[in-house]
Design a protein around this ligand. Structure first.
Ligand code: FNR
Length: 361
């Protein structure tokens, strides 16, 4: 039995030891120079606190509400692909951990457990992440299956007209196992002798013509609220509000798409100012500490999503590992609230943090 980690970063090393190199690299890697991958984490380090003292923090309430669903803390599971590469129970284990932590799981379109298996495994509130395929009827079928199986919202990932260049996967000739939800729906399997199968498959199937007007199509095939994931600019935030999305996720896809995109924590405020409270804003990318969760909330996010740490927890210790990752982050967040003088998430304000620019002026 591996040692008990004391923070999220220690799960990464356990995952590295537990996984074949090809799979570890797939989870850990980012696009090209991995500049944004590092920045996603380091930009959090450049934000400091303005803690308030002598506030009664004898009771702390971490809970929050996202699209009318009350969850135990503003920490949600991001959609990440292929959990069975980390653990044979795959997304079913992740969903059970989400349920026992009373949080939301966003199931990836490229999951290795089926929509139905995940739905049957727990009573977690689940959202379904969507990619839109050239064959629109495949996407429509999956939307209907998610809706029928009690998923509460759709998360349209809009930053992936093509797959980013992940050089570790190219070197490893990353092979994607068949995707459970697409069984019987996709006729051909693309293969690449020279690089990553994952990339070749994605580029063959993904609809690069997807544009804002297609939100209307998506709304015509579902009654579920739609969140849009992958927004990094005020211009796109305003468009998203105009087309009637139920929420925005500020994200650079865990730095796996466009390298030299800004760190998401640096892009968050621009989006928050543009949206002016009209829809909830969530963010993901580089959240590794409870202090990071606090910083994102102080800068205007309603909740954060975590990607890699969940997969590392799953790889290291299965369902228990995912639960520990969420619990640790919650414990750290609670401590941060106590030490900054915030008895509930409503008490967290912009004045509790100081960004690098503010220090210079
Ligand atoms: C992802 N991400 C992702 N996003 C999405 O919308 N659909 C997907 O299938 C995947 N798959 C995926 C696989 C792996 C291995 C990773 C690491 C990421 C992006 C994910 O939802 C999220 O935006 C980032 O993971 C957040 O960054 P951190 O927490 O990993 O730093």
């Amino acid at each position: 039995m591996a040692a008990e980690p004391v923070n999220l970063n220690e799960f990464q090393e356990l995952a590295r030891l537990a996984l074949p190199k090809m799979y570890y690299d797939f989870y850990a890697g980012g696009a090209e120079d991995e500049h944004t991958l590092k920045e996603n984490v380091e930009a959090f380090h450049r934000i400091t606190f303005r803690p308030r003292i002598l506030v009664d923090v004898s009771r702390i309430d971490l809970s929050t509400t996202i699209l009318d669903y009350k969850i135990s803390a503003p920490i949600i599971i991001a959609p990440t692909a292929l959990h069975k590469l980390a653990n044979p129970e795959g997304e079913v284990a992740t969903a059970r951990a989400a349920a026992s932590c009373n949080t939301i799981m966003v199931l990836s379109f490229t999951s290795s457990s089926s929509i139905e298996e995940v739905a049957a495994s727990s009573n977690a509130v689940r959202f379904y992440q969507l990619y839109v395929f050239k064959k629109r009827d495949i996407t429509a079928t999956l939307v209907q299956r998610a809706e029928r199986n009690g998923f509460k919202a759709l998360v349209l990932t809009a930053d992936t007209p093509r797959l980013g260049r992940r050089e570790a996967d190219i070197k490893n000739k990353m092979i994607t196992p068949p995707l459970k939800n697409l069984e019987g729906l996709l006729s051909t399997k693309v293969s690449s002798d020279t690089g990553s199968n994952f990339e070749a498959d994605a580029n063959e199937t993904m609809d690069a013509s997807l544009s804002w007007k297609d939100l209307e199509w998506l709304r015509s095939i579902t009654n579920l609220p739609i969140l849009i994931k992958g927004i990094l600019t005020r211009e796109d935030a305003i468009k998203a509000v105009e087309v009637g999305v139920a929420g925005i996720i500020v994200s650079n896809h865990g730095a796996r798409q466009l390298d030299y995109s800004p760190a998401t924590i640096s892009a968050l405020e621009e989006v928050v100012h543009a949206v002016k409270g009209r829809v909830p804003i969530l963010m993901d990318g580089g959240v590794r500490r409870g202090t990071d969760v606090f910083k994102a909330l102080a800068l205007g996010a309603q909740a954060v999503l975590i990607g890699r740490p969940v997969v590392y927890g799953l790889a290291a210790k299965g369902e228990y590992g995912v639960r520990r990752v969420i619990e640790m982050l919650k414990d750290e967040f609670e401590l941060t609230m106590a030490l900054t003088g915030c008895p509930s998430v409503k008490h967290i304000t912009r004045k509790h943090v100081r960004t690098e620019q503010e220090r210079i002026h």
